[in-house]
Design a protein around this ligand. Structure first.
Ligand SMILES: *Cc1c(COP(=O)(O)O)cnc(C)c1O
Length: 376
């Protein structure tokens, strides 16, 4: 398929036709927020921070109410400086976006031509491919044996047209992780023209000493971008705030195409406050550390197959392929009890549900409900 050959057809079409690739996109499916006939369902479908938001971030957000008539600082300077000093990074190498989703999109847009490709794990996060398709690029999927990123499988699918590799570590929806030594091995085997994007959306929940989000490593490379988000640990999903640490040349390329005001004043102020609230971060991590093993054990005990070990604030749970006991049945059963989980069919995982670690009462409710479900 030559992309220029498509042009005459589009010109003669009886109505406007989107460019090639756009209609191949499976629009992003967010986690459910409602259940029919249930008043206040518990949302365990989007991996949000179950403790809510840092009280200091909430205060900073409230203070922004007096500034709503103003354009935000286009450079996101206050948050840029706060992140640079917190993580000891060069401020000019930071990229900001409307969620880390936008950072992925900007990288795709700046580096992909029609016919290029991105590489990601077969269960990789959906947002990467959406932006790549929009650039008329292809998606090459690397097998994830045992639901885990495998560096050799990634290397098998990298070719001359690969411009970016997107790798979430820990992964979503798998929850699994690989040691940083594996990522160094991957990087060493890549052509220097390929950008390795390390998506650290759940990195703060991965406490094993062999894990690293890659910020230190990225510092001295020309082709590694590390992304982080305020949507998960920091509890600011509503404010849409993400960032990336990139080689200067990449940050400068992205800066040319981004929207001028892609982070908001409330977002910038709340982001600075959330970053400084170590107590809230620690409590959030401790909560997950306490309840993730508990829920893993409970669900494992009733015969469900827990992918992992998870190093995130969620579990990926495998269900039997038996009528009445499938993931779809379990999802409906839980929904009727007001417990919203995430189906992951669109990730090629029809037999699994992704369940965010909840508060104690949520976790007990999920465990009780699934025990009833499996017995029933
Ligand atoms: C939630 C998530 C993100 C963050 O998305 P935002 O746009 O920053 O809210 C990024 N990557 C993965 C794998 C995620 O699950």
């Amino acid at each position: 398929m030559s992309d220029t050959q498509d042009l005459p057809d589009r010109a003669r079409a009886s109505k406007p036709v989107p460019k090639p690739g756009v209609m191949d996109i499976h629009a992003y499916v967010p986690g459910k927020a409602t259940a029919e006939g249930v008043a206040n369902p518990i949302k365990l479908s989007a991996n949000e921070n179950i403790l809510g938001v840092s009280p200091r971030a909430r205060e900073a957000y409230a203070a922004a109410a007096d500034l709503l008539h103003m354009y935000p600082d286009s450079r996101t300077t206050i948050l840029r400086d706060a992140i640079a000093s917190t993580f000891r990074l060069e401020p000019e190498r930071l990229i900001f976006g409307c969620g880390s989703d936008e950072v992925f999109q900007l990288l795709n847009q700046a580096y992909l031509e029609p016919g290029d490709n991105i590489v990601q794990g077969e269960f990789g996060f959906a947002a990467y491919a959406i932006g790549a398709h929009a650039c008329q690029a292809r998606i090459r999927l690397a097998k994830e044996p045992g639901y885990r990123i495998d560096v050799d499988e990634i290397l098998k699918v990298v070719d001359d047209r690969t411009r970016l590799i997107f790798l979430a570590n820990p992964g979503n929806p798998t929850g699994s992780w690989i040691p940083f030594s594996e990522i160094e091995r991957l990087h060493a085997a890549l052509p220097p023209s390929v950008i390795l994007v390390l998506d650290g959306a759940y990195g703060e929940f991965a406490l094993d000493g062999r894990f690293s989000d890659g910020l230190d490593f990225a510092r001295s490379t020309e082709n590694v971008v590390v992304t982080h988000t305020f949507s998960k640990l920091y509890g600011l999903a509503a404010l849409r705030l993400g960032w990336g640490y990139a080689p200067l040349a990449i940050a400068e390329a992205v800066d040319r195409i981004r929207l001028p005001f892609n982070t908001s004043i409330p977002g910038q102020l709340a982001g600075v406050a959330a970053l400084a609230d170590k107590d809230f971060q620690d409590r959030s991590i401790a909560h997950v550390e306490q309840w993730r093993p508990w829920l893993t054990q409970q669900l494992g005990g009733i015969g469900l197959d827990i992918v992992g070990p998870s190093a995130t604030n969620f579990l990926l749970v495998g269900f039997p392929h038996r009528p009445g006991k499938t993931a779809a049945d379990a999802d409906a059963f839980l929904s009727a009890r007001g417990l919203l989980t995430r189906r992951v069919l669109n990730y090629g995982l029809p037999d699994h549900l992704r369940i965010t670690i909840g508060l104690e009462e949520h976790n007990r409710a999920v465990s009780d409900a699934l025990a009833d479900f499996m017995r029933g």
